[in-house]
Design a protein. Structure first.
Length: 118
């Protein structure tokens, strides 16, 4: 089975778009790490692992501008669409698929492996 198999990924409702402030973020807790869901100035939404590739700073607490976020720890600029640090900085933080449907924000998350049965 491939990682894109629909049985391994689940769409989860995160919030209403109106609850996500323009140029802001909210955090979704997940067993594999917190995920920051960002909103641009309009209705464009993005999702990244809430960890800067530099020193692990919480990107959800950074300043959102255009299609980027500035890490609150050291000012690195990270692309919201791809998670890539803007040069001269180097690195990348994983991104997640996000979609809008009827004013609701959905995040596509990997399903967690089932716990082994003893």
């Amino acid at each position: 089975m491939s990682a894109t198999d629909s049985t391994l990924w689940n769409w989860q409702r995160v919030c209403d778009l109106k609850d996500l402030p323009p140029l802001g973020a909210r955090v979704v807790s997940h067993a594999q790490g917190d995920i920051a869901v960002f909103r641009g100035a309009g209705e464009e939404v993005f999702a990244l692992l809430d960890r800067c590739p530099h020193k692990g700073g919480p990107l959800s607490q950074g300043i959102v501008f255009g299609r980027h976020v500035s890490c609150p720890l050291h000012g690195w600029t990270i692309g919201l669409a791809d998670g890539v640090a803007v040069a001269p900085d180097q690195g990348c933080t994983p991104g997640f698929e996000v979609r809008l449907d009827g004013g609701q924000v959905y995040l596509r998350l990997p399903a967690l492996a089932a716990e082994p049965v003893a």
